[in-house]
Design a protein. Sequence first.
Lengths: 118, 118
Amino acid sequence: MADPLSTVFAALADPTRRAILNMLLEDDMAVTDVAEPFQMSLAAISKHLATLADAGLISRERRGRVIWCKLEPDALRNASVWMQGFGQFEPVDLDAFERFLETELATEFADDSPAAPD
Amino acid sequence: MADPLSTVFAALADPTRRAILNMLLEDDMAVTDVAEPFQMSLAAISKHLATLADAGLISRERRGRVIWCKLEPDALRNASVWMQGFGQFEPVDLDAFERFLETELATEFADDSPAAPD
DNA sequence: GCAATCGTCAACCGGATGGTTGAATATCGT
DNA sequence: ACGATATTCAACCATCCGGTTGACGATTGC
């Protein structure tokens, strides 16, 4: 299909998928458990997981009835490295980091929160 | 529209736009000059530049007749920082970096090369 | 074997995306 | 003022994307 870098970035360009990655950061999870906090259907989450797996960001392994999803940081690292190539000429600004984290916590948790807004 | 992080990743998820960023890494450029190496229409490039500007990855400044495009690494750094949050638990492997650069040079230049394949 | 559970597949829908072309706008040079 | 240059706008088109629902396949447990 598309080049790997495009696939990874496209996979990251969705708050639901980034939230899933965040969840998988804590632990491997079954598809149903991944889907549980979200409002959308299981099929939708299944598609998101397929997208993440296509990008190499996660792997899925069937064990009995349940399919376990596991973070695969390698693809992410490639993209990160690509970015660092750009950022290279200017070192990471830790102040900007903190400022970013604040705004990101605000927006991301508003947009991505798996908790139903009800 | 969407949250900033999604916008940045979506902007990066296109080889043409990444190639443009690569070009702007060298120097600021006029829109026409950005478009010159590509096969697509000027309008298409103009849209790509708008996408990049929306994501905050570039800025455009009109000086006379010509609009100069300039890389704005801040948005990229935010995304990079987000990624590093994921990669944190495992440090960047410089060997992997080099290996990646090779394959990326191969694929990126096959897919993204501004030079007409003719 | 049968019912329940886990997950995907297929078809569909509306809206975004990436491209085109042609007209419109803005600026420059004469 | 006019023509040329630089860039965008608008309309259009095909395709992709994120979601839905309903049927299907696989596995478990009774």
